[in-house]
Write a protein that binds this ligand. Structure first.
Ligand code: F6R
Length: 616
């Protein structure tokens, strides 16, 4: 869960690496480092605890000194964030320099073996062990650099994307991957390496995504030579055309990526529906589903696996699929599913949801489901990501790059895909008649417009409410039906970026425990749209009022009953209950965002988190 960038070509390697690291900071930001080759067969290396901007402060003198270099931005796994644990790491002989994203699970055993042979370790990292393991293969068996990397990678297990340089092999990178992403950008007389394509998208639109178990030797004179790690056989990799643009990954005048991404939701939802929801023809056209419709339709049950926000989308997916398609659905945390010996049969269909497409727990759960014969359908946002490639079929969300660590637009895009899948299945198996189906299609099609309205009407209110609650220490979020998962998601957003403790509950569960927490200091966020269980929610609000809780109510425009009891009111337009979480989530994102901003948190890079959790 770190970011890697590398460059060889004719440009200033310092600029490419530093700018690339800034774009990858969402992957980790507790320390950063850079290494550049100079023309005396030596390397210049700078690394430090802190952000890429801290690295710039100590490495600025390396500007315009080299055309070959690489860098790393870290999210600590082995060893605390510190200068010494930062990457790149160097082998004992000072010749091999390595950056690494992932975890080498057997590094302790290798470290003991190397220590017995006289190797010395300065850091607590698994990466330094790997750098020395490569040196060991060069020293002991006279292997050349690439062969030694291959030998070392053949013996390690865990997850890695690595890039390595050797001072005696100037201008060459050796890279390899297992379960952590690595893209190679192919330019004209230049090559790029990065954890995703964002560091090089303005220079080239052609890229190779390295596959698991593959390594590559990259140099200007030999090009990109891809091999299987296990037997060194040559691989012809597919060249992909990148679809992201530079402006998609820049802040575009907003203070934070998170705010930009919240405001992008009308467009990202529209993009997710584009070419799929065809009103004129009265159909939903999704190739991934269409090609496997019978298999999905015949499923005895659907199991949705995901983590975090994607898991919340999965819960709403359960409500949607059970309501429209009448197929039983179970929603599982991928991290639990993979370790609890679940019953999965070839008659099951598994839907894996992941924004990044790289989440280690979700990947492992998919592999388990595939081994047991289930058909696995992926819903990912990042094109070409690992999950998109290991699933049998799937749909991209087309939300565009999500950089802010807190997921916003990817969540509502996931809900859009899940709604389309549920409606398509419901129509196909006759649970929805044409009139009902068309009515939902029109409503779904209208969501982007309605979200524009919510953004316009709720932005200032959410900001004012945030100011009031900036010093709160706890929050409760309540919702019923489809809006129970929306309450969970609202609470998660607040926790992760403001560091305020928050919990989401089904409103009716309140009296089974959480009601004890309510007093005049407890902020209670209640999602109470007209459609659904309005009367029941009214009773819940009365119960809170009687205990003097401070009520922030999310209600439909024109609501009077709940609004009259609430201390603060945020309005959103009416829609069917099944689509209301898409509307309610937007003001909840804004509320969390502004509370965090007022508390002075770096919203895009909250502490201890990373955008893509590629370790378990
Ligand atoms: C919360 C958040 C995380 C992710 C989770 C899964 O805002 O971003 O909870 O949702 O780490 O990540 P993906 O969807 O990339 O698998």
């Amino acid at each position: 869960m770190c970011g890697i960038v590398g460059y060889t070509g004719f440009r200033d390697a310092y600029e490419i690496v530093i700018n690339g690291l800034k774009r990858l900071e969402y992957r980790g930001y507790d320390s950063a480092g850079i290494v550049l080759e100079n023309n005396k067969n030596e390397v210049e290396l700078k690394k430090a605890k802190g952000k890429v901007s801290d690295l710039e402060a100590i490495a600025g003198n390396l500007k315009n000194t080299s055309h070959v270099g690489m860098g790393h931005t870290r999210w600590a796994t082995h060893g605390v964030p510190s200068d010494i644990n930062s990457h790149p790491h160097v082998s004992n002989n000072g010749k091999i320099v390595l950056v690494h994203n992932g975890i080498i699970e057997n590094y302790e055993t290798i470290k003991i073996m190397l220590s017995q042979k006289g190797f010395v370790f300065h850091s607590q990292t698994d990466t330094e062990v790997l750098a020395n393991f490569i040196q060991y293969f060069m020293d002991e068996s006279g292997k050349d650099f690439a062969e030694a990397v291959r030998a070392a990678l053949s013996e390690v297990y865990g997850a890695y994307a690595i890039a390595a340089l050797h001072v005696d092999y100037p201008g060459q990178f050796v890279v390899g991957r297992l379960s952590s992403p690595l893209a190679i950008g192919l330019g004209d007389k230049e090559y790029f390496i990065a954890s995703d394509a964002s560091p090089f998208v303005e220079f080239t639109k052609e890229a190779i995504y390295l596959e698991d178990g593959h390594m590559a030797l990259i140099s200007l004179d030999r090009g990109v030579d891809i091999r299987l790690i296990k037997d060194n056989s040559k691989v012809d990799a597919e060249i992909q055309q990148l679809q992201i643009s530079l402006e998609q990954i820049e802040k575009g005048g907003y203070d934070h990526f998170m705010l930009k991404e919240i405001f992008e939701q009308p467009k990202s939802i529209h993009d997710t529906m584009r070419g799929r929801l065809l009103l004129d023809e009265g159909i939903i056209k999704m190739a991934g589903i269409w090609d496997h419709l019978e298999r999905i339709q015949a499923a005895k049950r659907i199991i949705i696996i995901a983590c975090g926000t994607s898991w919340h989308a999965g819960l709403i997916g359960e409500y949607l699929i059970e309501e429209f398609a009448r197929i039983p659905v179970e929603v599982e945390y991928a991290s639990e599913f993979r370790y609890r010996n679940p019953i999965i049969t070839p008659k099951d269909v598994v839907i894996a949801i992941s924004q990044s497409g790289e989440t280690a727990d979700t990947m492992a759960a998919i592999k388990l489901a595939k081994e047991k014969g289930a058909f696995v359908y992926g819903i990912c946002n990042v094109i070409g990501s690992s999950i998109a490639r290991i699933t049998h079929a799937g749909s991209y969300t087309h939300a565009g790059p999500e950089i802010g660590v807190a997921s916003t637009k990817a969540f509502t895009a996931q809900l859009t895909i899940l709604a389309m899948i549920a409606l398509k299945l419901g129509k196909h198996n006759g649970n929805l008649n044409n009139t009902e189906f068309m009515q939902y299609l029109y409503e779904l099609d209208a969501i982007p417009k309605k979200i524009e309205e919510v953004l316009a009407s709720s932005h200032d209110t959410a900001k004012q409410i945030a100011e009031e609650f900036v010093n709160a220490t706890n929050f409760l979020y309540l919702g019923r039906g489809y809006n129970f998962p929306a309450a969970l998601e609202g609470a998660l957003k607040l926790k992760e970026i403001s560091y305020i403790h928050a919990e989401g509950y089904p409103a009716a569960e309140m009296k089974h425990g959480p009601i004890a927490l309510i007093d005049e200091n407890m902020p209670m966020v209640i999602i109470a749209p007209k459609q659904g269980y309005y009367d029941k929610i009214v009773s819940n609000v009365q119960e809170i009022k009687a205990r003097k809780g401070r009520i922030i109510a999310l209600v439909n425009k024109g609501d009077e009953q709940v609004a009259s009891m609430a201390d603060y009111v945020i309005e959103f337009p009416e829609t069917s209950e099944c689509f209301s979480p898409m509307m309610a989530s937007v003001p909840l994102q804004l509320l969390a965002y502004y509370i965090a901003v007022f508390r002075g948190v770096n919203v895009d890079q909250p502490r201890n988190l990373a955008k893509s959790v590629t370790v378990e």
